[in-house]
Design a protein around this ligand. Structure first.
Ligand code: NAD
Length: 489
């Protein structure tokens, strides 16, 4: 039975749940049915500027940035409020994201909800906010010396639509735990999980007005105000590499600190001593949430001598993927988020064929699902790593299978990418670990190990981003460093 829920149409600005000044709204569309689920406030630049000003005031004029015990209490309140509405939130995510309900029991909801707020809340007590160094005499002045860690200030939190709650909660938990204030700007495709968070902050926590704001808009450029405003100190952004670059450019004038979690084109290297029957079928994980995950292993590297055997197993795995209605608990794949994304993925599939790869499975819109933005699980074989489908992020259920000659060749192919977000190596443990060390990515799984967690600093090398989500590394990036000295003795 689908859980009933009441969506929040209002934004949160300066502690108040508000509609857009203009009264305008935009539609929230179910990507599995193409039906309008409801609406949400459609803000313009004025509302964004008010939210930024409120966030600035809250940072400058309240003790939020320095009151550790209070912050911890507020984060726990928010955690409890979310847990109380977990099942409503689950259904809301299934509806607005098109994510299979099964995926909500993993990274889409249950995994982040369990620890994203609580881990940084605990860290407030454990973190060395002040560190004393040894006394030193510099220029004849014997000095006592210390390092103080302090909040950055106002953080613009900009979020994509693929795992919206997961990204949002991991961002804002660390942003708030470290004493910053924030304006959250969700993607227009998935606004309700963010406005729900706004309502819970307003109604169920003691978080002061202005510390946490949510601004929804159908217009991306309303979000750009965050990158331009001199009142904002930092942008914490998850989304595409193209937008990440633009954010750096626009933020340069006001010397914005940036944390960027961007795209990926990760490789899974299957070694010739791997147990093919056990590991190759795992490659169909690319279909989880229709491939709309930045860490997906979308390039499968098979040893040339076992290429045909590997391809056969990949095709068998991919052709058994259950997909369709995201409310069906057996599905691991639903639709893509929008018609635009569906067309983009179909465009990449056409490009793969045009550039000479072999379309070995799928490649179409499924005839049995006339409504919703579905694409069949798709496999390209005989892919050369220079092809567009091996170099660009497709963000759909599409695998590119590439042959390699030896370990060195596999490493070269894996690293021949503008991206460096994730990857996998499968084979005898020591050999696989040695190869894992040589892959230029921010995360890597060896023989199916899972690296996800609130204490694991996740992020990218190269064009996959700057900075880390979660862990101590993530916590620290929301802090400035102040050094202080005073006379010893
Ligand atoms: P996107 O870059 O188009 O949009 C992301 C967010 O940025 C949205 O909220 C959007 O409104 C906002 N935005 C767009 N233009 C902006 C601008 N000029 N200034 C400020 N904000 C702006 O990305 P998307 O299409 O929503 O998401 C898909 C992409 O996100 C994929 O490339 C995927 O790999 C990436 N992603 C990365 C991670 C990660 O952790 N590395 C996680 C999820 C998604």
């Amino acid at each position: 039975m689908a859980e009933k829920y009441v969506p929040e149409e209002r934004m949160l600005i300066n502690g108040e749940l508000v509609h857009a000044d203009s009264g305008k709204t935009f539609d929230n569309i179910n990507p599995a049915t193409e039906e309008v689920l409801g609406v949400v406030a459609d803000a313009g630049v004025a509302e964004m500027q008010r939210a930024i000003a409120a966030s600035r005031r809250a940072f400058d004029e309240t003790d939020w940035s320095t009151n550790h015990a209070f912050r911890k209490q507020c984060l726990i309140q928010l955690h409890e409020a979310l847990v109380a509405e977990k099942e409503e939130l689950r259904q809301e995510l299934v509806d607005e994201v098109g994510t299979p309900i099964m995926v909500t029991t993993m990274a889409q909801l249950d995994m982040p909800l369990a620890e994203s707020l609580l881990w940084p809340a605990e860290m407030i007590d454990k973190f060395p906010w002040d560190r004393q160094l040894a006394d030193a005499e510099v220029m004849g002045v014997p000095s006592r010396r210390a390092i103080w860690k302090e909040a950055m200030g106002v953080v613009g939190s900009i979020v994509p639509w693929n795992y919206p709650f997961e990204v949002t909660i991991n961002k804002i938990a660390q942003v708030l735990a470290t004493g910053n204030t924030t304006v959250l700007k969700p993607a227009p495709d998935t606004p309700w999980n963010a406005t729900r968070l706004g309502r819970l902050v307003a109604e169920k926590t003691d978080i002061p007005a202005g510390v946490f704001n949510v601004v929804t808009s159908s217009e991306h450029l309303v979000g750009e105000e965050l990158t331009l405003s001199p009142l904002v100190d930092m942008i914490s952004f998850t989304g595409s590499t193209v937008t990440g670059k633009r954010i750096m450019e626009k933020g340069a004038n006001t010397m914005k600190r940036v944390f960027l979690e961007l795209g990926g084109k990760s490789a899974a290297i299957i070694l010739d001593d791997a147990d093919f029957n056990a590991v190759v079928p795992m490659t169909s994980m690319v279909c989880m949430h229709a491939g709309q995950g930045c860490a997906m292993q979308t390039r499968i590297l098979l040893p040339r001598a076992r290429y045909d055997e590997g391809v056969e197993l990949i095709l068998a795995g991919m052709s058994m993927i259950p997909y369709g209605d995201p409310n069906d608990p057996n599905m691991i794949m639903g639709p893509l988020i929008s018609e635009k994304q569906r067309d983009r993925v179909m465009g990449y599939i056409a490009k793969g064929v045009e550039e000479g790869a072999t379309l070995a499975l799928g490649g179409n819109r499924p005839a049995q699902l006339p409504k919703g933005w579905f694409v069949e699980p798709t496999v390209f074989t005989n892919v050369d790593n220079s092809m567009t489908i091996a170099q660009e992020e497709i963000f759909g259920p599409v695998l590119a299978v590439i042959a390699y000659d030896d370990d060195e060749h596999a490493i070269r192919i894996a690293n021949d990418s503008q991206y460096g977000l994730s990857g996998g190596v499968f084979g005898s443990q020591d050999r696989a670990m040695g190869i894992a060390r040589r892959i230029r990515t921010g995360s890597i799984s060896v023989n199916g190990g899972v690296w996800y967690g609130a204490d694991m600093p996740y992020g990218g090398y190269k064009s996959s981003g700057i900075g880390r989500q979660n862990g101590i590394e993530g916590f620290e990036q929301y802090l400035e460093t102040k050094i202080v000295a005073w006379p010893a003795g």
